[in-house]
Design a protein around this ligand. Structure first.
Ligand code: SF4
Ligand code: SF4
Length: 488
């Protein structure tokens, strides 16, 4: 029987450590048994294929699951996670999850290897019959979606209906002892509501729920929009606003990505989290309803350019040695110079490859939300060192002095050439919202107003690998993003 997630678990270190077997390298499988959905949110990044120009909507059944699972499971590490995703995965029905879990359990016993199951769903269909599945199979590891503006998430075009059904389902789940993470996706004009969302959860006291704040991307139903839908600065400003409140209140719920970023900054995060994985290539995989395999759900939402293969046709050996996976894996060694030399590199790892491609910077280019991560990591490190995060660190059962030592040692090592003026920092805090570079003893200025390092010639140094990509003709054509290849 699965052990149910508790509030304490939320604050523990996460991820996987000590993975030695190079042949079993997959930490996370995102499995999309269907892309059909019972909602029609305006910015869905993964809408049904029919809507994207296909006239056939594939869907898994138990037999399909067995074929896919038998192929993928041997390559998963012990402790890996299989996340049911969609579309709306609950539309597959309770029996699908019971049968697939029974099958997986047998295989896990045979192999003496445990993996965990989880679900990302809108939860609109939650009722009594899901309780056992959510407890026994998912151990309460569940997440759902809601935005405080209550405009873009809709059922048959009706936002009020979505809100009503979602809130009823959330309350019923909490009555049943679950604590789903509520994921919101924010745009420029709704970002200020991150704090409202935080306050909503906070004011629920014992019935609060963990939160996740995502940036909305121009993809899926939002494809074709020009540029970003929320600027890196707006996203970061609001994350930092919420972070400051969260560390002061130290409530009984987490906020992602802030919790993961805090754990990463103090050395408490294992492997297997994105977008803090420069080496995500081949460690995550996403399986589409038609069996196509991608690096992750984000890459599958882009187009079929980076498809690794199809489980109906290809072996896992083929898939894991495909040209596309090799290209993505190379990002580790081909990151921009400004990332390799960045003071937050050991935490941020150069951000997300998909978002670098999505915003036309190429597979080896700059992560578009770089400025956001710089601002958030800078504030996290500052708050820990100045003792402002003590309450939340206590909640995480972290040794506060060790956490401070970890951050300070990393910074001293990074800035060995220019030396940080710690006396000035302890008195005045950070001189720049992007990091510690500007607290140096020689009072040199490093960052421009966008957080770019003034000492790096970006034009010269950032685009060497982009050129290589262009030559291979793998640059994304946005118009192609509406076309997906469906294997029959
Ligand atoms: S490409 Fe980005 S979203 Fe996908 S696994 Fe890597 S870091 Fe995560
Ligand atoms: S914060 Fe920006 S420069 Fe630093 S590693 Fe991340 S993406 Fe690169």
């Amino acid at each position: 029987m699965a052990v149910k997630l508790t509030r304490e678990d939320l604050f523990r270190p996460q991820g996987i450590s000590n993975v030695n077997d190079k042949n079993k390298n997959i930490y996370v499988v995102i499995a999309k048994p269907t892309r059909v959905c019972n909602a029609d949110c305006s910015y869905c990044s993964s809408p049904p294929l029919e809507e994207m120009g296909e006239n056939w909507e594939p869907e898994w059944n138990f037999e399909k699951f067995k074929i896919y699972f038998d192929k993928v499971f041997p390559y998963m590490v012990h402790g890996a996670t299989w996340i049911w995703h969609g579309g709306e995965p609950m539309l597959m029905g309770v029996d699908f999850y019971k049968k697939t879990y029974e099958y997986a359990k047998e295989k896990m016993l045979e192999a003496e290897k445990q993996i965990f199951f989880s679900m990302q769903s809108n939860m609109l269909g939650y009722n009594e019959k899901w309780k056992e599945v959510f407890f026994e199979i998912f151990g309460g590891s569940l997440s759902s979606s809601f935005d405080p503006d209550e405009k873009n998430r809709t059922i048959k075009g009706n936002a009020q209906n979505y809100s009503r059904v979602f809130k009823r389902a959330l309350d019923k789940m909490m009555d049943d002892g679950f604590m789903p993470m509520v994921i919101g996706t924010y745009k420029e004009d709704t970002a200020h509501m991150m704090l409202d969302m935080y306050n909503w959860s906070l004011n629920r006291g014992e019935r609060s729920f963990p939160l996740r704040f995502n940036y909305c991307v121009p993809i899926g139903r939002e494809a074709g929009e020009l540029g970003d839908l929320i600027s890196p600065e707006t996203y970061a400003d609001n994350l930092v606003r919420v972070y400051n409140q969260w560390i002061e209140d130290a409530p009984n719920f987490t906020i992602t990505p802030l919790d993961q970023m805090l754990k990463k900054a103090i050395g408490q995060d294992g492997e297997g989290h994105c977008p803090w994985m420069k080496s995500c290539g081949g460690k995550f995989i996403n399986i589409e309803p038609n069996g196509e395999v991608y690096n992750c759900s984000e890459f599958s939402d882009l187009n079929s350019e980076y498809c690794f293969g199809n489980l109906n046709i290809n072996s896992m050996e083929d898939i894991l040695t495909s040209e596309q996976i090799k290209l993505i894996k190379k990002r580790t060694a081909k990151l921009p110079l400004s990332c390799m030399t960045c003071e937050h590199f050991s935490e941020c790892e150069g951000g997300c490859a998909r978002d670098s491609v999505l915003f036309d910077n190429g597979l080896y280019g700059k992560f578009y939300y770089c400025q956001s991560w710089k601002m958030v990591y800078a504030r996290i490190k500052e708050s820990v060192l100045l003792g402002q995060a003590d309450k939340i660190l206590e909640k995480m059962n972290v040794n506060i002095e060790q956490a401070k030592y970890f951050i300070k040692t990393n910074l001293n090592n990074h800035f060995s050439e220019i030396e940080i003026d710690w006396a000035d920092f302890n008195k005045n805090g950070l001189n720049s919202k992007f990091g510690f570079a500007e607290n140096n003893k020689n009072k040199q200025l490093f960052y421009d107003e966008k957080g770019r390092n003034k000492n790096i010639d970006y034009d010269k140094n950032e685009n060497i690998f982009l050129k290589e990509e262009e030559n291979k003709k793998i640059k994304i054509n946005r118009k192609l993003s509406k076309i997906k290849v469906v294997a029959v």
